[in-house]
Write a protein that binds this ligand. Sequence first.
Ligand SMILES: Nc1ncnc2c1ncn2[C@@H]1O[C@H](COP(=O)(O)OP(=O)(O)OP(=O)(O)O)[C@@H](O)[C@H]1O
Ligand SMILES: Nc1nc2c(ncn2[C@@H]2O[C@H](COP(=O)(O)O)[C@@H](O)[C@H]2O)c(=O)[nH]1
Length: 206
Amino acid sequence: MDYPGNLFVVSAPSGAGKSSLVKALLELDSHVQPSVSHTTRAPRGQEKHGREYFFASEQEFDAMVAANGFVEWANVHGRRYGTSRKVIEERVAQGADVVLEIDFQGALQIKQAFANAVLVFVLPPSWDELRARLERRGEDAPDVIDLRLENAAEEMAQASKFDFVIINEVFERALFDLKTIVHAQRLKYAAQRRARAETFESLNIP
Ligand SMILES: Nc1ncnc2c1ncn2[C@@H]1O[C@H](COP(=O)(O)OP(=O)(O)OP(=O)(O)O)[C@@H](O)[C@H]1O
Ligand SMILES: Nc1nc2c(ncn2[C@@H]2O[C@H](COP(=O)(O)O)[C@@H](O)[C@H]2O)c(=O)[nH]1
């Protein structure tokens, strides 16, 4: 289905910097809205229910899956994460641009549901730097960091399935790349909608 709003999906191995990039994009561009996912993992640091995530019990998550309440969901690092179908459909139908920070499995499900969604994969500049960022962030226990790094190789192998790949070495440069992708998509769809309106008008189609 063709919606007036654009959907952007940003995926990356844990620690590559996707949350930092998306946060900076949201601060710069008031037309882009974040999507708040549901997860069965416990809150980390200063995270608040409804702000970073809707923290759900396994039973609550099961109930949403059973009610077809997720447009995508996946098991990531041993926990479940999902995006509310209702919220996403309502927002893009109202013309909002929405950015989803989700893993590659969810990204590929989103592309099935929204063919026009733009999938962006963020890579770290090196393996050593990925580990260093996770350690410097200091929010995950060493065994959690090891698990995330173990999964990172499989995740990075999926990058070729995405529309764009950004290497997050110099933060400002990666942010510029992300902003460019957002602007290019808006221009592309604005032009397509104008062209379609002109065709409809010339054919007298209401
Ligand atoms: N270009 C960069 N150079 C150096 N450090 C960076 C860069 N981008 C992000 N970081 C830092 O790396 C750490 C991980 O970044 P962030 O939390 O954004 O990663 P993430 O991909 O969202 O991870 P997760 O999936 O676990 O949430 C943070 O401490 C962040 O400040
Ligand atoms: N498929 C989905 N993946 C999601 C969603 N929300 C977050 N994520 C991904 O999970 C990992 C871990 O996140 P963390 O906050 O625990 O570090 C990361 O790759 C996220 O992108 C979602 O709704 N669906």
